[in-house]
Unconditional design. Structure first.
Length: 289
């Protein structure tokens, strides 16, 4: 069977993954509602699947011969749109593997303690509760259909499209400090290689954390990034004051603190991180033309 990746949603993770697949002769299709994005996908060699008119039919026609499926679209208030469209059916009749991009936010707040895939989840935010429900839905889908399903729990994503260097250059960066607050993060290229490893490995674990080796305080990362590109280090702000001007989304992130273990990523998927800490990742981004 020829290799065909069907992407439900096409963000920075899928964009990091697909060029290598296309170079190896894979077919790739991806959903979109945006005509401009559909044109950009076509120009990149990716078949756009327009989710307008009759989206269920569009998905069934595009995904019927998919060998692999990647679901990255975030669930809305009504839940995961693709799971709802599938119901008790299975439009992926030839698929061998399905990956779902979730978030380490499902673990909830651990006040800076370490978590791994065996840690009971405790999502406290509506968006992470929806993610947890989607995880269950996709794992149940795999059990029902026999398709191997891997749920990836992603730490904070950074890469060419979104990183502290961009925020600093645009004058948007803030250096906020909250006592004991740490976040885990992961470079988008390491997400892509983890997905490739799971796609290729029979018996990949159903849950895998994607995080680098060094959780760190955001203020530390911002300071390093500023010194790296030679711009002024933003003044340090106390979280208790800064929170008054934060968006609800930002507040939801800052309400939780955890360190995410990545042992299974390395032992079960055999991944060696290209960017084991934010330092290597930011240096590589700063060196890009």
């Amino acid at each position: 069977m020829s290799n065909h990746l069907f992407c439900f949603g096409y963000g920075q993770c899928a964009a990091a993954l697909t060029p290598g697949l296309l170079a190896e002769g894979w077919r790739v299709s991806a959903t979109t509602r945006d005509p401009a994005k559909a044109a950009a996908l076509s120009a990149a060699g990716i078949a756009p699947v327009r989710l307008q008119g009759d989206p269920d039919r569009a998905i069934a026609e595009a995904a019927g011969d998919a060998s692999h499926v990647l679901v990255s679209a975030a669930p809305g208030e009504a839940g995961d749109a693709l799971l709802a469209a599938i119901g008790d059916g299975n439009p992926f009749g030839r698929a061998r593997w399905l990956g779902y991009l979730s978030t380490t936010g499902v673990y909830g707040d651990h006040q800076g303690a370490w978590v791994d895939e065996t840690t009971p989840i405790a999502p406290a935010q509506p968006r992470t509760q929806r993610r947890a429900a989607a995880e269950d839905g996709w794992l149940s889908f795999g059990a029902r259909t026999g398709i191997a399903v891997t749920v990836f729990r992603l730490a904070g994503i950074y890469g060419p499209a979104s990183n502290p260097l961009i925020a600093l250059r645009e004058g948007r960066a803030r250096r906020i400090q909250r006592e004991g607050q740490v976040f885990s993060r992961i470079h988008v290229d390491d997400i892509a290689q983890a997905i490739r490893a799971a796609m290729a490995k029979a018996g990949a674990p159903p849950l895998v954390n994607l995080a680098d080796d060094e959780p760190a305080a955001p203020s530390e990362v911002t300071e390093f990034a500023a010194r790296l590109i030679g711009v002024p280090v933003p003044p340090l702000e106390d979280y208790r004051i800064a929170r008054e001007t934060m968006s609800p989304m930002a507040l939801s992130f800052w309400s939780e603190s955890k360190r995410v273990r990545n042992d299974l990523l390395k032992s079960a998927l055999g991944v060696t991180l290209r960017y084991p800490t934010y330092r290597e990742g930011l240096r590589a981004l700063a060196a890009r033309p």
